[in-house]
Write a protein that binds this ligand. Structure first.
Ligand code: VGL
Ligand code: ZN
Length: 198
């Protein structure tokens, strides 16, 4: 790797772990293929952010039992991430710091949001900690990661997409790669943990 490309964590950086919840992991009701792989991958970034005392955010899908995105209500998804259930809990292995700021989204029956910014105070919470550059990973590449990254760029944040800490649903084959292309086209820079300065 070219050391001149090495990324140094700095003041203004924040990490966003998108929807790393049991229902999106193998065995969950809306399992993302290899979704569990993001847990140790994000663990590396979480350790680095802890070492620099930089802020960490975790978004979660937090749906009511009759949410509009569920098939019984005419949506396209099986029931998932129902608030207060095991499936909605963060993956047990996800080493969030006690100071992590949890952002719940799509909490009302009639509205969905794939973006962590939709209907939440995420943007304000990021500004409150003076974040300017966001490291974004989690689940799923082609839904909530894509839409969170798009809104982050639209809100003026720089975005580093954690390419080794995302996995896609792939309702249609290739959706994950297309989503990553789109995020990069919009201005996100794809990185891997090895790109961080040791
Ligand atoms: C998600 C489908 C439905 C996601 C959430 O977190 O990517 N995908 N709800
Ligand atoms: Zn959902």
């Amino acid at each position: 790797m070219n050391p001149s490309l090495s990324i140094r964590l700095q003041t203004g950086d924040a990490l966003i772990a998108v929807d790393v919840q049991n229902d999106f992991l193998p065995g969950g009701s809306l399992a993302v293929p290899q979704g569990d792989a993001v847990v140790p991958a994000l663990g590396h970034y979480l350790a680095a952010f802890a070492a620099y005392a930089l802020p960490v955010f975790a978004t979660r899908d937090w749906h009511p039992p009759d949410h509009c995105s569920f098939k019984a209500q005419g949506g396209i998804w099986p029931p998932h991430c129902v608030a207060g259930t095991y499936g909605a809990e963060f993956a047990p292995g996800l080493a969030l710091p006690p100071t992590a700021i949890v952002i719940s989204k799509a909490t009302a029956p009639g509205t969905d949001s794939y973006s962590g910014f939709g209907g939440t105070d995420l943007a304000a919470r990021l500004r409150a900690v003076h974040a300017t550059r966001l490291f974004i990973g989690g689940l799923a590449t082609d839904y909530c990661v894509l839409n969170t990254v798009r809104d982050a760029l639209g809100a003026g944040f720089a975005v580093l997409l954690l390419a080794d800490a995302i996995r896609a649903v792939e309702l249609k084959s290739g959706d994950g790669a297309r989503a990553q292309d789109e995020m990069q086209r919009l201005g996100a820079r794809a990185i891997c943990y090895e790109d961080l300065e040791p």
